[in-house]
Design a protein. Sequence first.
Length: 260
Amino acid sequence: MLIAIDIGNTDFTIGLFRGKELCDTFRMRSKIHRTSDEYGVFLLNILNYKGYSADEVDAVIISSVVPAVMHSFNSAIIKYFCLKPIIVGPGIKTGIKVRTINPRETGADRIVDAVAAHELYGGPIIVVDFGTATTYDFVSKEGELIGGVTSPGIRTSANALWQQAAKLPEIEIRKPDFILAKETVSSMQAGLVFGYIGQTEYIIRKMKEESGKDSVKVVATGGLGKMIANETECIDFYDSNLTLKGLRLIYDKQQSRDNP
């Protein structure tokens, strides 16, 4: 069994694979500092709760955009699973060529998403990941990550709104029934959700124009991405587990490289 782990700014997203099948997923907060023992015990407990054994785990692959947790988390995998995890980064075979000015600046999560999008849906394709930051990446037909856009995530924008404006309350992020709101909560919801739909459509349209490609597919992922994807025709696919699938694909590529 393969454990695929995406460490983001808000959550760890963890998937369990048997071959190509994603059997289970679960999450934990990444903003809480933990020791290697705490990480290890959490993983063992959640596996046991879901009916799995640590002895079933053959390999672990990790992508991370949070360097501060990596020492403790790596130590947990080595100590509690007796495995050295594969870390997505320089030297790892992904099948994607990053054609930016400084490829090392490109987050591991964006590369993993690009791998999954290109292999599962084909290129050219735009990958939109609605996370703490919302990222838009253009992947060519040949599997090259050409460039992209980074903007504040929906929840990040919402947090800024009610933290910086003293009289605005913390609200549930959902689409209101009407854009012409008659009270504060729905007016904030309208601004966040409809504003984000507009941003998404504009950025995707401009990326297609600048690339010179008309027939470009768009796949979205990330927690609040489904809400946006349901409200616009510019997104062709929504795949909540795109990143985990990308990690599994990269793991398979490493196996084929190491065992030709």
